[in-house]
Design a protein around this ligand. Sequence first.
Ligand code: PEP
Ligand code: MG
Length: 589
Amino acid sequence: MNDRPGRKNQIRYTGRAVSRGIAIGQIVSLYGDKRQFFRVSIDKDSVSKEIRRLRVALSVAKNQIRSLIRSEGTLNPIAESILDTHILVLEDRSFLSALEEAIEIDQVNAEWAVKTITDSYLIRYRSLEDPNIREKAADIQDIADRIQAALGQRRRTPMRLPVGSVLAAKEIRPSTLIELGDYRPAAIVTEHGGWTSHSYILAREFSIPAVTGLRKILRHLHNGDRIIVDGYRGEVVLNPNPETEKSYRERERRQPVTNKFTKDMTVPARTLDGRVIRLSANLDSVNQFAAAKRSGANGIGLFRSESLIGRFGRYPTEAQQYEAYTTLLRSAAGHSVNIRTFDIGIGQVSGRSDDRERNPALGLRGIRLSLSYRKEFVRQLQALLRASAQGPLNIVLPMVSDPGEVRDVRGIVQEVGGTLRSRGIEIGEPKIGIMIEVPAAAIMANELSSEADFFCLGTNDLIQYLLAADRDNENVANWYQSLHPAVLRTVRDVIIAGREADRPVSVCGEMAGSPFYVPLLIGMGAEELSMNANSLQVVRQVIESIAFEEAEALALESLNLPTPGLIESRIREEIQVKWEHLLQGAGWK
Ligand code: PEP
Ligand code: MG
């Protein structure tokens, strides 16, 4: 119903909250597939700089095509003629002047100019009768994607996002949030994506409220529309009326102050009956530890080194890595720093889609990729070993499924270490731990404890692989159940295997940062939890409010229940009865 003449209708949508907080702002729609972008208005003085950016990107795109033609040697004549046509388009005078005019007249960024001009070509081609010309639309799309990618590669400064922007997209890519740099969006709304998607892990880390699972919402959102995002209840309100805005602003003010329990953050977190739980931070950027430490982090439980690939747009050099790892060690000032080797798939580095990688989560990724592409792995190990001379640095291997992989890595580490020493370079003796995130590794935790120095329990992937439910696919979100009995039993078994072999186990998936699961994890014996910096205070509150004895009883009972639903009800009941005082403050789930 239109509440006032001339106003747009206020509409409410419900999705799933994936990052807490409330924000009110203006929609900025994201476009693009591999690389996401949005419309940026530029001033007159920036027009010539933007045109230069465009020209550089066009020549990068052309060079890529030329080297593709050259490198393939005996390219099939049809493929070659298609690529020749792409070059012709990139050199076409009318195409180039249309792009430059769009930047100059509309005063927009190069990405937006490429989108609007190629969209107009696409509309024209697709409306033609002649099927041969209609098919050219696919070429235009291909060329547009290549130019957009080249614009991203060359970008040295972050994309400028106006204050108060609410990003709207089908899905949001982690690289988009990284590319924005310090231009933080006020909130994020998306049609797809799950709680453990890397994008929402980042959103929680950056305190950006986010709601996902808003199917088909994009067709109702327009750039500049006003929107409220409620990352507590999973609601969004499009074109809110002033009364609604007022009530949300009041709610925003009333949001619990999460540090009312916390006193001295340097004191270890203890349950009411004295069990110490070590808290550490998961980081995706080298400069975040200071904030995490203020919130009580005792070290870096997990640094996702692949974030450096996002930052540099390619594999970082050894020097860039050394600089990043030593920065982490400096900021951690004596606390331990667990650096995970690159956890990426082949598609993320080759730039080409590989036909065999139809299911990248089961493909050549993590330690498998590192062991297959030794050059980059050796470069990373060199940087890690050199940095380890500067402080307590440990190496974590992702996606391990077999003890042989850990043995292979130890062999390479010895070799690389020997070479460095023979060149007179000082190195440390980093411990080598592994992610337990593949069911095979969980089942073989006993055997793996003879190869690895410690375990990082990666519940995000462990759940997706145990339950065959893609962590990034909204369609199977109902099957991605952290409280599935199979998940809980596996987590418990890994914790026990670690304890029996005297190998520290740190739970570092998103379960560790969610107050709702923390009593259960502690009850199952977890003594170290690693999470994003924003969850540290709230998790500490929970720890300081429960007794280990009670948590253990809850875990024992839950482990005997047959369904996720029954387990969830049991935990809710426990929270209501024993920890009701926390309900307001902790934002349980
Ligand atoms: C995990 O899988 O639980 C984990 C911590 O790693 P990531 O989220 O980076 O896959
Ligand atoms: Mg993982």
